[in-house]
Design a protein around this ligand. Structure first.
Ligand code: BGC
Length: 709
């Protein structure tokens, strides 16, 4: 009999339910190890996993309680939200996605996994895979942006990075794909709000990144808080047991989000906590995060025949299986050893990731700053805000490791005079600092305006109805820019900000997001031209909040916009165009594409087509370019989006170099959910487009015919 079967046989009902109970310790490293009640519960075998507890001693102490004090000695599982770094903090996921580099995504996840596992953490609640097209939603910062294919590749890279690809060994860190699913489509961009999406949108947009994560072997899934199409996700039998378990054959752990099972009562689908527990278990949720309702109420649910012991045993077996895959039965105190020098390597990686994630949005010749610039005024509330550089979910990272833009610039330009004033706070009404800030600008050769949001304005429970600059920052920016010195604005943010006036007036704007520990150095490298920016937007940038949700892969309308015809799809007060399209991003170099060609006129299901395009650097500096391949299925049984991303590649070009990039396009790439949601490939003509962004006016096109055997 397997170890797991033996344990299951030996367990009392309470011990089984204990394995399904995931509790929060809620302490910082310096706090008490675990609060009294939790320790008591651990010793009594009523806890299966603990999260928000870190520090080797704290974890070892909690683990000892489980292993030595309980009857069966089943080790605890330790979880933490390690999203974009553990000690070393990398750029927030939305920013890092803009590097469009799976290898980078994987390397930062691996570094985070090693750091977390070296401190005894077993499980991360990441990657966050919510595709989102709504920057009002604060959690857009945590995910891969708007595109499902990007989401799929991001999911796979992150799972490989966290878990490693050698499944014969234990995972460095088990990954959790969250939040399953469609939380990124919360009504009006408000966290926890209900989601109403079509079955088609689920299959085309929101499910694919999760499917990809599970294909890569992701150990666990966390359900979303939201009600999706009428059923809260912790009660979604059809998507959990149906889609994940039966269709995708997922046999890992499904956990609820924080107190989400107890919330089924508030959602209006359970009369009481007993029903809530039963509904979630029956739907397929194995672990109850924080509610405690499994532990407290499943016994009564058994008595009321709402669940049976087989449901409980199956959930417990999956939790024990995960502990086994982590090697916890052999070594409950396991820590992954960090190589000497790993911390340095991770810090270097943090700089590389930050440089490759900062997006140059506009540049009217100001950047890179000329060598003649001698006096710089660095103004704004985010110029020297260390903690904010970390962004939301900064795990065990600390502001003390963070280099701010002010510090980074001083280091990069030791011979420049650099004066700093914050002018205003990020939020609030106090304008008294504007005048002294403007005084510093007089006589400056260049102004660096550091504007945006605090780290806490993105992430969970951080939604915004307006997408402008908070507080009095606009007043500051306008007064500073009126002084006439050439100004580069840096936007620190977890989402696109709708600030068309700033794009118009500043000589250059960089989306500096939240770039992590080495934000300030990366930004200084870009401002001074030591690094040629290469990031591209993983999300469409709106001009106005009223355009939201806005995304490049919209479907056509019977009345596409026509300036001469008012009865076409348009706004009265804003153009339909985004401020910047998906894929937008400038470099200091210029690249052109030409000669898009396909090696065959007909594509059948057995042989991929080779698509090639020439890329030429028109500049005197080396560059890294991202080339996107889009397609449109012209006529199909279900109307397809105007363009859809099919692939992308990156190419490094020397000055004035021309290269040819190849894509292999298979018929499968044109698969879509048919009328009955089953995948189909339909014969017919497709347009292939190559571009440096999704800007429809700048795409090269070619034609291909799909023939089905
Ligand atoms: C968040 C999750 C997170 C969990 C544990 C919840 O409030 O929605 O993303 O993993 O807390 O910290």
């Amino acid at each position: 009999m397997s170890r797991i079967d033996c344990l299951l046989r030996a367990m009392t009902l309470e011990e089984k339910l204990g394995q399904l109970n995931l509790v929060t310790a809620g302490q910082a490293v310096t706090g008490p190890v675990v609060c009294g009640d939790t320790t008591k519960d651990i010793c009594a075998g009523r806890v299966g996993g603990v999260f928000n507890l870190w520090g080797l001693d704290a974890l070892a102490c909690a683990q000892r309680s489980a292993v030595e004090e309980t009857r069966l000695g089943v080790p605890l599982l330790f979880g933490l939200d390690v999203l974009h770094g553990h000690r070393t903090i990398f750029p927030i996921p939305l920013a890092e996605t803009g590097a469009f580099d799976s290898r980078l995504w994987e390397r930062t996840a691996r570094a985070a996994a090693l750091e977390a596992a070296s401190e005894g953490i077993h499980l991360t609640f990441a990657p966050m895979l919510d595709v989102s097209r709504d920057p009002r939603w604060g959690r857009i910062a945590e995910g891969p942006g708007e595109d499902p294919l990007v989401g799929e590749k991001f999911a796979q890279a992150k799972v490989r990075g966290f878990q490693g690809d050698d499944f014969s060994r234990f995972y460095p860190l088990a990954a959790t794909a969250k939040h399953f699913c469609a939380g990124g489509a919360a009504t009006a961009g408000r966290d926890y709000a209900a989601v109403d999406v079509s079955e088609r949108a689920l299959h085309e947009v929101y499910l694919p990144p999760f499917r990809a994560a599970l294909e890569a072997g992701c150990a666990a899934v966390m359900t979303a808080f939201n009600n999706v199409n009428g059923a809260p996700m912790a009660a979604q039998r059809r998507l959990l047991n149906g889609y994940l378990r039966r269709r995708l054959k997922f046999d890992g752990v499904i956990m609820s989000d924080y107190t989400a099972i107890a919330e089924l009562v508030e959602h209006g689908v359970a009369a009481d906590s007993v029903e809530a527990a039963a509904i979630a278990l029956k739907a397929g949720v194995d672990m109850d995060m924080v509610s405690g309702v499994y532990l407290a109420h499943l016994p009564e649910a058994l008595d009321r025949c709402l669940v049976d012991m087989r449901d409980i045993d199956a959930a417990v077996a999956r939790v024990l299986q995960l502990k086994d895959r982590l090697g916890l039965f052999d070594d409950p105190y396991r820590v992954v050893r960090l190589d000497a020098g790993a911390k340095e390597t991770h810090r270097r990686l943090a700089l590389e990731a930050a440089r490759r994630s900062a997006t140059l949005l506009t540049n009217r010749g100001l950047l890179p700053l000329s060598a003649n610039v001698r006096r710089i005024a660095i103004i704004g509330p985010l110029a020297d805000a260390g903690a904010d550089m970390l962004g939301p979910w900064s795990a065990a990272g600390g502001a003390e490791n963070c280099v701010t833009t002010f510090a980074g610039l001083r280091r990069a330009l030791p011979n420049c005079e650099i004066a700093h004033h914050s002018g205003v706070a990020i939020e609030g009404d106090d304008e008294s600092g504007i005048a002294p800030a403007c005084a510093l600008v007089k006589g400056a050769d260049a102004v660096v305006l550091c504007l945006g949001e605090s780290a806490g304005m993105s992430g969970e429970a951080a939604c915004r109805a307006a997408l402008g600059l908070p507080g009095k920052q606009r007043q500051l920016a306008e007064r500073v820019m009126s002084a006439g010195a050439p100004t580069v604005a840096l936007l620190f943010c977890g989402r696109p900000l709708a600030v068309p006036w700033l794009f118009e007036r500043a000589q250059a704007v960089v989306a500096a997001w939240f770039l992590g520990d080495r934000a300030g150095e990366a930004i200084a490298d870009i401002l001074t031209g030591r690094f040629n920016p290469s990031a591209r937007l993983a999300v469409t940038w709106p001009q106005e909040v009223g355009q939201v949700p806005i995304f490049y892969s919209a479907r056509s309308t019977g009345r596409p916009f026509d300036a001469a015809n008012p009865y076409t799809s348009r706004y009265l007060d804003c153009s339909n165009d985004p401020q910047f399209p998906f894929g937008h991003g400038l470099s200091f170099s210029r690249t052109t594409l030409s000669n898009l060609r396909v090696d065959c006129a007909e594509l059948n299901t057995s042989q991929p087509a080779k698509v090639r395009v020439d890329v030429r650097s028109e500049s005197d500096i080396a560059t890294e370019e991202t080339i996107f391949l889009f397609a449109r299925d012209r006529i199909a049984s279900v109307a397809r989006p105007l363009i859809e991303l099919k692939d992308w590649t990156k190419v490094a070009l020397q000055p004035r170099e021309t290269a040819t990039v190849d894509f292999a396009l298979s018929a499968e790439a044109f698969q879509f959910p048919g009328e009955d949601m089953e995948p189909v490939v339909e014969p017919g003509d497709v347009d292939i487009f190559a571009g440096l962004s999704a800007d429809p006016d700048r795409l090269l096109s070619a034609r291909l015919r799909i023939v089905c055997a």
